[in-house]
Design a binder for this molecule. Structure first.
Ligand code: BTN
Length: 241
C-alpha cells in the first residue's frame, strides 16, 4: 500500500475530514492518511469525546478501500491495534490489545481506534481513526475519567508525533495486509496472544446489559467468545473491563 500523508495544523476531527473527502470524490485509493497536529473535536467510540492537547499526541485517519462484507469490517480495526502494540513493544513498552480495538500499557489506555464505514455507489471503504497518546502529561492523563497513559509517561521522554506515525506505517502495512489476505483468522493467533490469556475474567458492558464470564477466544470475525454460567455467549459489541 502506498501511504499518502497529509498533515494539518488544526482540524475538528481527522475522521470527519476523511469522510468529507470521501463523499466529495468518485474514487479514493487506499493509503490516504489525514493527520492533525491539533484536533479540536476528536470523537471516540460510543459518542465519547477524544481529548488531545495541541502538538502533543498522534491523531490520524487512514482510508482503506474495501469491498469486504459488513460482518468482516470490525476485525479490520484490530489490525491497526496490533500495529500500534508492536510499535510500542519495539520501544520497550509492554503493550496489550483490548477487545475490540484499544491498546493498553500497564492496564491504562494509550491508544483508541474508531473505524467508520463509508459507501457510495461507485466505491466504498473504511476510515480507521487512530488516537495514540504520545506526549500527554500525567496531569492530563489523570484528568481523563478512565485510566490513561502515554508514551512519554511510560518511557520518560518525549517523542515526535510525526516520527511516530512514520514508524508505524510498516506495521500498518503488514497487519492490514494480513487482514486483507485472510480476514480475522489471519491475525487471530497474534491478536489472542496480545489480548488474552484465554480464561481471564471479563465483564462486558453493552448499554444497560452487563455480562460476566471468562474469555473463551475470538470467533471467525473477531467477535468475543465469553464463557458464562449460562454457557457460551457471542459478543459483537461492548466495553470490556
Ligand atoms: C476510542 O477509543 O473511543 C476511539 C478514539 C479514536 C480517536 C481518533 S483520533 C483520530 C481520529 N479522529 C477522531 O475524531 N477520532 C479518531
Amino acid at each position: 500500500m502506498d501511504f499518502n500523508i497529509e498533515w494539518h495544523d488544526r482540524l475538528g476531527s481527522t475522521n470527519a475530514r476523511m469522510r468529507e473527502r470521501f463523499y466529495a470524490t468518485d474514487a479514493m485509493a487506499s493509503g490516504l492518511v489525514i493527520a492533525a497536529r491539533d484536533q479540536t473535536d476528536g470523537r471516540g467510540r460510543q459518542d465519547r469525546k477524544w481529548l488531545s492537547s495541541p502538538n502533543t499526541n498522534l491523531c490520524f485517519s487512514l482510508f482503506l478501500e474495501t469491498d469486504a462484507e459488513l460482518i468482516k469490517v470490525p476485525s479490520l480495526t484490530m489490525a491497526p491495534a496490533l500495529s500500534v502494540t508492536e510499535l510500542l513493544n519495539s520501544k520497550g513498552m509492554r503493550a496489550a490489545t483490548k477487545w475490540p480495538n484499544d491498546v493498553l500499557v500497564t492496564e491504562k489506555k494509550i491508544c483508541g481506534i474508531l473505524s467508520e464505514r463509508v459507501e457510495q455507489a461507485s466505491h466504498r471503504g473504511i476510515i480507521v481513526g487512530v488516537g495514540l497518546n504520545v506526549n500527554m502529561s500525567s496531569e492530563e492523563a489523570d484528568s481523563i475519567d478512565r485510566p490513561a497513559t502515554s508514551m512519554m509517561i511510560e518511557n520518560g521522554r518525549a517523542y515526535d508525533p510525526g516520527q511516530v506515525l512514520e514508524d508505524l506505517l510498516p506495521q500498518l502495512e503488514y497487519w492490514i495486509g494480513e487482514w486483507a489476505a485472510g480476514g480475522f483468522p489471519a491475525i487471530r493467533r497474534v491478536w489472542t496472544e496480545n489480548t488474552g490469556p484465554i480464561g481471564k475474567k471479563l465483564i462486558v458492558h453493552d448499554g444497560d446489559i452487563r455480562k460476566t464470564g471468562t474469555l473463551a477466544g475470538f470467533g471467525e470475525h473477531g467477535e468475543l467468545l465469553l464463557e458464562t454460567d449460562n454457557g457460551h455467549e457471542i459478543i459483537w459489541s461492548g466495553d470490556v473491563s
